[in-house]
Design a protein around this ligand. Structure first.
Ligand SMILES: [Zn+2]
Length: 182
């Protein structure tokens, strides 16, 4: 009898974006206790989802993983600004704030002007488990604040005036349904 070798196919880690209305987006995400293989895989998967969706930032809860991890690519033509942070903590904010038209992969099609501090100091860990701390301004500071909000169950629309959010209601209803497709 011929021995047949069936190659066991490793199941690839696939993550999909979840949308407004999903329970995971409302939760305060858990601290990562140990930066191990699965965490590094999750970070890689998050970058994949982020780039595939043409996003500039992603928080783990957006792929239904309630963990304190964010990925950011705030690069422009002149410089590459790619950041991954595990257990990020914003330690300082500038007094000066400003508006920016924000969007979110979990709220497709919607944008709204959000005021936030323009500069900050953030600390966290990278995939090697090394502690990192740096100052950020411009788009990077903006995206970090938006993503850290996700870790606390906050969406950018929660920071808009009530009347603005009310105007979005029909759109929000449609977005909610995207969660039920699968
Ligand atoms: Zn978002």
């Amino acid at each position: 009898m011929k021995k047949t070798v069936t190659k066991k196919r490793e199941k690839p880690v696939t993550h999909e974006i979840i949308y407004y209305g999903h329970e995971t987006l409302k939760k305060v995400a858990d601290e990562v206790m140990n930066i191990d293989g699965p965490v590094v895989e999750l970070i890689d998967s998050m970058f994949n989802v982020m780039y595939r969706s043409k996003g500039i930032g992603l928080a783990a809860p957006q792929v239904n993983e309630s963990l304190r991890i964010i990925t950011v690519d705030a690069s422009d033509d002149t410089k590459s600004v790619i950041v991954e942070l595990v257990n990020p903590v914003i330690k300082e904010f500038s007094d000066e704030d400003g508006p920016y038209d924000e969007g979110c992969l979990s709220l497709p099609g919607l944008t709204g002007e959000v005021f936030r501090p323009l500069r900050l100091m953030v600390a966290g860990y990278n995939r090697d488990g090394s502690e990192v701390e740096f100052e950020a301004d411009g788009l990077l500071a903006r995206v970090i604040q938006h993503e850290v909000d996700h870790l606390n169950g906050i969406l950018f629309i929660d920071r808009l005036e009530d009347y603005m959010r009310n105007e979005m209601r029909p759109e929000l209803k449609k977005i909610k349904k995207l969660n039920k497709r699968s």
